[in-house]
Design a protein around this ligand. Sequence first.
Ligand code: DHE
Length: 501
Amino acid sequence: MSVRTLMRVITALAAVHASLASSAGTTAPAAAVHYSQHCGACHGTDRLGGMGPALLPESLERLRPAELADVLRHGRTATQMPGFAAQLDEAALDGLAVWLRTAPAIAPHWDAADIRASHVVYHAPGALPAKPVFTADPTNLFLVVEAGSHHISVLDGDRLERIHRFRTRFALHGGPKFSQDGRYVYMASRDGWVSKYDLWNLTYAAEIRAALNTRNVAVSDDGKWVLAGNTLPGTLALLRADDLSLVRVYDVRGRDGKPSRVSAVYDAAPRHSFIAALKDVPEVWELPYGDAGVPMQPRVIVLDDVLDDFYFDQGYRHILGASRDGRGQVIDMARGRQVTELEVSGMPHLGSGITWVRDGREVMASPNLKQGRISVIDMEDWHTVGTVQTNGPGFFLRSHEDTPYVWTDAMMSPRRDTLQVIDKQSLQVVGSVTPSPGRTAAHVEFTRDGRYALVSLMERDGAIVVYDAQTLREVKRIPMDKPIGKYNVFNKTTRSSGTSH
Ligand code: DHE
């Protein structure tokens, strides 16, 4: 056993001991014992994950209490997670659920040495042939993230058929990011794993655990760098894109030293920089790409307010941001300051914003997480040119240069089974599709020619439902296990204005 492994075991034992000691007189000691008896082998004695995902409060944030209770009792289908209803009584299971949502007495630690120790290179750069092993057009592939059992399906975008399916790390989040030639795709899991997958050879190239909890990754358009934005700990991890080796960890703190989680990282290709949005301090960081071996120093833009959600114009000259109290602002990247306020209401989900040209002017729209309305904003003078009433609050908005329509969902409302189709010029709802009544449908992506729209039926026995983007008629269904997002190589690498980047 190496000194590092020994230290980890001692820390894990100390954590169990501390949680036993700190909670004497409650059910926590029993829960800690149950954890080490039943969970530790797969999820790590330190709760940081192993064969199973990390079980820290941050990792469980998105699981509703009823869902956690169900998983503890009955396990998860199509995974190795068993249920414990036969071994533990109700009180013990409830106690375990509470304990899992409580932060460990000793804060989990993940530094540069931990990151480097997690690094695996499956195929060294240049080791595999630079030629696809399949006949489909590699620029018109779709990647579909199936959250049910943590897989990605690779679809041929011309024949609309699955050509491959592979297992991913637990709970990918954020869009996978492609290299410019479309050969490699970089993915981040909520548990902090960054994976590089070789799409031409259909195999993983490298992986590294950049943090214990991660938001997303961005890839520089020169193909050299990957930046991971993390929430536990609050860091940015800069990786070399060729083998994912760690270059540098930035401890994220405001000017007053206050630590911050990272909301998200973006590649601002036209500016040759990364942009990191911070969650706990009113700052945005810009990190110019450096040459190999030269770490990038952040340029700090100080804001009036912490921004919760962001949209960048196509040239990355402006950031449109919304704060938690619903205030909107436009920040000029060159001047490094707010230039105007933005008229917003409800909670616009600017991260899912898109742009198109209307009456010769560029306009932008985003779904709203709290209201059934979409505001359309002029990108030159920032005034609201129109508001579209929809079925209810939604999460994603999508279009394509070669379609006259914008598609929106209402997945945060009782009408979560229906997507509405809005005319880009008249701003009127002109149609709708309901793939399966009563079942959640959201997230659209178009084929590279804009002819077909692929919709996710986000259920365990779900599907990708393909629609003719002109007639709105269903063309086919491809069964999937809770498909969430889907990503077309061409639309992403050419930065189509109808999709996210
Ligand atoms: Fe996401 C992208 C933030 C919850 C599915 N989500 C993003 C991005 C951000 C973000 C900042 C852009 C990063 C990128 O693309 O690299 N998401 C948040 C949240 O703050 C929120 C509300 C709470 C949280 O716990 O993080 C949240 N997101 C969710 C979900 O519950 C979703 C529906 C299911 C899930 O898997 O977590 C979800 N988010 C997505 C998807 C994208 C995404 C599918 C990529 C969209 C795209 O098409 O590019």
